[in-house]
Structure formats: C-alpha cells, structure tokens
Design a protein around this ligand. Structure first.
Ligand SMILES: Cc1cc2nc3c(=O)[nH]c(=O)nc-3n(C[C@H](O)[C@H](O)[C@H](O)COP(=O)(O)OP(=O)(O)OC[C@H]3O[C@@H](n4cnc5c(N)ncnc54)[C@H](O)[C@@H]3O)c2cc1C
Ligand SMILES: *[C@@H]1O[C@H](CO)[C@@H](O)[C@H](O)[C@H]1NC(C)=O
Ligand SMILES: *[C@@H]1O[C@H](CO)[C@@H](O)[C@H](O)[C@H]1NC(C)=O
Ligand SMILES: *[C@@H]1O[C@H](CO)[C@@H](O)[C@H](O)[C@H]1NC(C)=O
Length: 511
C-alpha cells in the first residue's frame, strides 16, 4: 500500500509540474490539425461554426437541456474506433483539450461540451447487433436507447438502459444507470459484458471480467476518466413478456399514506418483487401546486384492477386522493414506455439537478420534503416555466446482490439506501444561477437533516450529480474504490490525458 501511495504522490507531482509548464495548444490550431488529419476521408468529420458548416455545427451543438450547452471551437464526428484513436493520439501529442459526448443528456455545462476545445461527438458510433449464441448485444457508444430497444425487441430481448429512451448509452452506462430492471439485475453498468475503449495513447483495447479486469471494474462508475469507450457489449434480458408502466398522481392530502407506502417499498418492497420498480417523485409548480407522483413499472403482464401484491397499495385506494393514472405502456414494450417518457421530458427546457442518498426513515422523508417545500419560495414559483421535482429511489438487497454477482462496480454501496434528487425546470437563461443555487440549498439542507438523525448515506449517483457536486461524486464511492480508481488511472492514463485535456465531468480525486 505504501509504495502505491508513493507512486501516486509521485505522479501527482509530475502532473502539477506538467500543468504548470505545458500550455494547452490553441484550440483553433487543434481544429486545423484535426481537419488536416481527416482531410482525406470521403465524408467531412470536423465541423467549425463557419458559413460552410453552420447548419451541421448547430445541429451537433444541441443538448437535451440548453442549460448544458457550450459552443466548441469545432466538433469532430468519428465513424469508428480507428477515427477516435487517431484523434486521441493527436490530442495527446499536441496537448489539445477536448470533450466527449454520447447522448448529451448531462445536466451540467462542460461535462459533455467545451468552449475552448474540440467536442468529440460519438453519435455516428451507432451500430447495434445481437448475437443469439452468446445472448449479448453489441452497441456503439453513440447510440440512444430508443434505437437500441427497437433493434433488440426484434429478437425478443432488451437491455438495461434509460427510463427515458432519448438518453445516450455512453454517459448513462459509465455513470451507473438506473433502469426498470434494476431491482432484479443491478445497475445498468453491472450488465456490461465488455467494453472497447480507446486509451490516451491511442490503443484500442477490450476490457471485461478476464482482460484488463481491474480497468473494467473502474469503468463501472468511471465516467470519462479512462478513455473514450467506443463500444459496449451488453448482457440482455428476455422481453417476450409484456412491459407495463404507469404514471400516477395523488393529492397533497395523501402525504402520510404516500410516505408510509414509500417507506415500505424502500424497506423490502423492491426485494419482494424485483419485477416491480418505482420512482417516488413529488412536484410543485405555480399552476398545479403540490402533487405526489409515482412512476411505477412491472416487467410482466399487469392488471391494474388486480395488481402484483407489492404494488397493490398504489392502485387499490390505500393511498387516498388519486388524481390521475395513465399508462406509459399497457402490456406493451419497454420502448413504448421509454419513448413516451422522452416525449414528456422533451429536449429544449432548462433544468438543473442535485443528488445525495439516505437510509430509509419515514420521519426523515417528511422532513426532507418539508425542506424542499420551504425552499420552493413564492418568488421561485413565479419564475417563467418553473417546476420542481423531488424524488426517492430505493436500492435494495437484490439490486446489490445482482451487482456483486456480476463482478462489482466502483460505487461502494454495502447496504440498502434511498437515492434522493431535486430537479428544477425553468425557462430563462437569466434564471440559471438562482435555480442552481436553489438546487444546492435544498440538497445541502436535506443532507444536514439526514446527518442529524444518523441516516446520511454517503453514496451519490454520478448520473444525477449537479455542477457544484463536481468534487463529491467519485469521493462518495469510498476510500477503497477511490484508491482502485487512482491506481488504475496511473496504469492506464499515466499522463492524465482524460483529466488534464478533458476538463469536463466528474473526476477522480488527484486527477
Ligand atoms: C430527462 C432525463 C432522464 C434521465 N433518466 C435517467 C434514468 O432513468 N436513469 C439514469 O440512470 N439516469 C437518467 N438520467 C441521467 C443520465 O443517465 C445522464 O444524464 C447521462 O450522463 C446521460 O448519458 P449521455 O450519454 O446522454 O450523456 P452525455 O451528456 O453525452 O455524457 C455524460 C458524461 O459521460 C461522458 N461520456 C459519454 N459517453 C462517453 C464515452 N463513450 N466514453 C467516455 N465518456 C463518455 C461525457 O464526457 C460526460 O462527462 C436522465 C437524465 C435526463 C436529462
Ligand atoms: C452558443 O451559440 C448560440 C448560437 O449562436 C448562442 O445562442 C449561445 O448563446 C451560445 N452559447 C454560449 C454558452 O456561448
Ligand atoms: C418473439 O415472440 C413472439 C411472441 O411470443 C413470437 O411470435 C416471435 O416469433 C418471437 N420472435 C423471435 C425472433 O424469436
Ligand atoms: C394486460 O393483459 C391482461 C390479460 O392478459 C389484462 O388482464 C390486463 O388488464 C392488461 N393490462 C393492461 C394495463 O391493460
């Protein structure tokens, strides 16, 4: 251990010296060099915001939330891993800064975008195939889940992916990924069989539970810290049975029963029937006021008049004041449900996000919602387009067992917990700062309330991390995981290309 720490410290010093001595290359020069490198290719792959490429540049600059948009010096659209390798080699050699984007659903500006640098947009790495022999799906890292689900359903299989089908596979899978199958199969990232990754030196390698196995484990939660992942080989799930999902609303008056049922589901319900899945999400807006909501799914035949026992209380009137109940998919498919959600959560609106976790506690659930309501002031509610959501999502024993059975990940979760997130929406760019500050206030006050009753769980889901949580996501995975990630960082990216030259995203401490 001592020698490893020494090695790390040694590298830390080297990085500091490098960062001090080496200037980053002028981004315009980087774009010219990249243009020259790919000049011979039949299709154009480098787009600057010039009259010639203005429309391509604009469409490639679209993010799910405009609050995350930055305008890169140029945008590079590789069509295979070789292209990525050539570009990364050039960036490393020339000291060019860049960003990596798959679906562009990150909430935070600069996570999958960059102002002075090259944006590597993976959208053309979009092959999808299924191998019935192995039962594995091969998925290019620039796909969106809607296309993946569509292609795989032809084979009566699916994969663990977004509950909103517009998400990209790259960010989602490297950050964890909560899917409708999580209670049965763990994180989506646990269901990766292998990855193809381009390392800082341009080498294209395969990592799985046998080859580069330490790196493979680090990637499950490692985001963009080790390389550009160009392909995922995924374990599949049988999808020959129908898939059901519903959105349900209950009035504010139902709070006690709603929270009591939420507590029960978070402390055994999800384990009792892992075909079930629930997000407990309340919302506040000026027009609709306070509403309790559920997004509930069942990965089998489901009858709302005679539901699976664990879901019965949510349909049978145990929670009074049901105000709405609508199917996202009624005996349909995962694609129908997730396409509908992506339609509801349409791109083009400003959003922010903040997340933390607690151990289930009925009184704490109420306290946290009180804090959230209190911080949601009249002034905020009056802002154009304002809506805020506050959600609970349990991780139970079966989820954790499924992760362990697949070799483990970077997250360091050892017992059931409840992930919590706060997500405001608004219209005006001029309100960005007050909305981000609001998100942070709610989060920090709730964390303090959880700490005060000994129920704070330090894990934070990377995919839901806010811009001001940059230094607290990966550290929340715990010392042993952080150390493994650091050791493998030195091994696989000794010059810290994916920290120094890729400034955006959640980074490993010291890098
Ligand atoms: C409306 C909405 C619904 C959501 N629903 C869910 C949900 O159900 N479950 C869930 O878990 N999360 C959900 N999320 C969060 C989502 O998982 C993250 O936003 C995730 O980052 C999206 O992936 P992406 O590829 O679109 O991200 P991007 O914004 O493209 O990338 C995110 C980060 O990953 C890095 N990255 C992306 N691809 C690669 C790659 N191939 N190699 C290396 N680094 C890469 C980027 O550099 C960036 O830092 C939701 C988000 C939104 C906005
Ligand atoms: C990016 O460019 C668009 C279109 O020119 C502009 O509206 C937007 O404000 C720019 N964004 C940033 C962050 O500079
Ligand atoms: C998928 O399942 C349906 C219904 O069970 C069946 O009719 C169809 O042949 C299956 N398709 C494949 C490719 O197995
Ligand atoms: C699904 O089909 C079953 C019969 O197979 C039926 O009882 C049930 O009501 C259907 N569910 C929905 C949501 O339509």
């Amino acid at each position: 251990m001592l020698s490893l720490t020494k090695v790390l410290l040694g590298f830390g010093l080297v990085f500091q010296t490098n960062a001090f001595v080496l200037q980053f290359r002028n981004p315009t020069t980087c774009c010219s060099l990249l243009g020259a490198e790919f000049q011979g290719d039949t299709e154009p792959k480098v787009f600057s915001n010039t009259p010639l490429h203005a429309s391509e540049y604009e469409s490639l600059s679209t993010y799910w939330t405009p609050a995350a948009r930055l305008n890169a010096t140029c945008i590079f659209t590789p069509t295979d891993a070789q292209d990525v390798s050539r570009a990364v080699r050039l960036f490393t050699r020339k000291n060019c800064q860049f960003a990596i984007r798959s679906g562009g659903h990150s909430y935070n500006p600069g996570w999958a975008g960059i102002t002075n640098g090259v944006l590597v947009s993976l959208s053309k790495l979009n092959t999808i195939s299924y191998d019935p022999e192995t039962g594995h799906a091969n998925v290019g890292a620039g796909n969106r889940w809607t296309d993946v689900y569509g292609a795989l359903l032809q084979h009566n299989v699916t994969v663990l992916g977004g509950r909103n089908s517009d998400l990209g596979v790259g960010g989602y899978l490297t950050g964890g990924g909560i899917s409708y199958y999580a209670n049965d199969r763990g994180w989506a990232t646990d269901n990766i069989f292998s990855v193809e990754i381009v390392l800082a030196d341009g080498n294209i390698i395969t990592a799985n539970r046998n080859e580069h196995k330490e790196l493979f484990r680090c990637i499950k939660g490692g985001s963009n810290n080790y390389g550009v992942i160009t392909k995922f080989v995924l374990e599949t799930v049988d999808a020959s049975k129908p898939f059901n999902a519903f959105a349900i609303g209950y009035s504010a008056a139902a709070n006690p029963e709603y929270l009591s049922q939420a507590y029960d589901y978070c402390t055994g319900g999800s384990d009792a029937d892992p075909k079930s899945h629930i997000i407990f999400a309340a919302s506040i807006s000026k027009a609709a006021g306070f509403a309790n909501g559920l997004l509930v799914s069942y990965s089998d035949v489901f009858d709302t008049a005679n539901p699976a026992p664990v879901l019965s209380p949510f349909f049978d009137g145990t929670i009074p004041g049901m105000t709405a109940m609508g199917p996202l998919s009624a005996n349909g498919t995962i694609k129908i449900a997730t396409d509908l959600l992506s339609f509801v959560q349409a791109p083009g609106t400003r959003y922010a996000m903040g997340t933390f976790s607690v151990y289930a506690d009925a009184a704490l659930f109420q306290t946290m919602r009180d804090i959230w309501e209190e911080e949601t002031t009249t002034q905020l509610k009056d802002r154009p387009g304002f809506m805020t959501e506050f959600a609970f999502q349990p991780i139970g024993w079966k989820w954790l067992a499924a992760s362990a059975a697949r070799g483990g990940n970077s997250f360091g979760i050892t017992k059931p917990l409840v992930m919590v997130w706060v997500q405001p929406r608004w219209d005006l760019a001029s309100d960005d700062d007050i909305m981000v500050a609001y998100t942070d206030r709610v989060r920090i006050r709730c964390e303090q309330a959880a700490q005060a009753v000994g129920k704070f769980a330090k894990f934070r889901h990377l995919n839901y991390g806010g811009r001001n949580q940059r230094n607290e996501i990966i550290p929340s995975f715990g010392a042993a995981n952080v150390l493994r990630m650091q050791v493998n960082k030195v091994r696989y990216d000794p010059l810290n290309v994916f920290g120094r030259l890729v400034p955006g995203g959640f980074k490993i401490p010291g890098f």
